[in-house]
Ligand binder design. Structure first.
Ligand code: ADP
Length: 285
């Protein structure tokens, strides 16, 4: 009993490593076992909380940095224009182009953060409806082709997508596709191939590029929020490290999975699955 009392005091004082040794399997033994389980649970949950706090602090530091960098650059170019440093019309246009691209970068950053905070608050809505996979992916492909038509990118569809029913949030899956294709372009893919096929009870969607690729040691982390490979390079390209975290969340909210295969300097392939819609009444896909 004295030992139990001592253990309780230790826990109250914050020592969550104090264990009681008691050999017998009687009533008191069971009680001590329960006490120990509680102590362990408390310890884990405090550790979890501390980890979360650390991540939060890191997050705030990285957000401030990422907002400040393009802002500082915009300020510099605006001052340059005001002071008449950009003398020729060509130079003024160049300054304005930089300002434009930096404001776009800020816009993307804020949009990503907004989406991310919604998903952290579990408020990222997913409104599913029935769609035909062929119509949907043809539409996505054609839009992506338009979006990237002036960038010297060769975007292809490996074959006609299969025609099956999907129960998805079209807007969100479009967002996933746009994000994966934009990444393929951003990380220097010049040839991008989309492939959609039916496998088992699932639809398999792949986006393959011949860009920079992802180092093996980075691969396990790329779906984590705020992770960016090759920090400086990714920063310059205006990334937040949130895109893939949001993509993963959306795919999982649809009952699918996402994975990546990649070889540095050769390219990457992102593959995700979506369950086929099964009509409960007659089992038709
Ligand atoms: P970011 O905003 O940095 O692009 P993401 O969450 O979209 O954030 O991606 C996380 C990291 O994964 C990127 O910083 C980059 O290093 C790597 N990555 C993602 N897609 C690709 C790709 N297609 N090719 C090479 N690297 C990629």
């Amino acid at each position: 009993m004295k030992d139990i009392y001592k253990a309780t005091e230790e826990v109250i004082e914050g020592n969550l490593d104090y264990t009681i040794t008691y050999g017998k399997q009687d009533e008191i033994g069971r009680f001590i076992h329960g006490f120990d389980l509680m102590r362990d649970h408390l310890k884990k949950s405090i550790e979890h909380q501390q980890q979360y706090e650390r991540a939060r602090k890191q997050l705030i530091a990285s957000i401030s940095h990422d907002l400040r960098t393009p802002l500082a650059s915009i300020k510099g170019y605006v001052e340059g224009l005001e002071d008449g440093i950009a003398k020729t019309e060509d130079m003024q246009k160049k300054y304005l182009r930089v300002i434009r691209s930096k404001t776009d970068q800020l816009d993307r950053l804020i949009e990503d953060l907004f989406e991310f905070s919604k998903f952290e608050l579990e408020q990222l809505s997913i409104d599913k409806a029935l769609v035909n996979s062929q119509d949907f992916f043809m539409d996505v492909y054609q839009n992506a082709k338009l979006d990237h038509q002036n960038e010297g990118i060769d975007l292809d569809l490996a074959g006609q997508p299969p025609s099956v029913s999907l129960m998805i949030d079209s807007g969100r899956i479009k967002q996933v596709m746009a994000n994966l294709i934009d990444n393929a372009v951003k990380y220097e893919g010049k040839k991008i191939v989309l492939n959609v096929e039916k496998k088992g009870g699932q639809l398999l969607v792949s986006i393959r590029d011949n860009g920079l690729g992802i180092k093996e040691e980075d691969r396990p982390f790329i779906f984590n929020a705020f992770f960016r490979g090759e920090k400086s390079r990714s920063r310059e390209s205006g990334g937040t490290g949130l895109g893939l975290a949001i993509v993963k969340y959306i795919i999982e909210a649809h009952g699918g999975e996402i994975s990546v295969k990649s070889e540095p300097e050769k390219g990457s392939e992102f593959i995700f699955t979506l369950p086929l819609y099964v009509n409960q009444r007659d089992g038709l896909h």
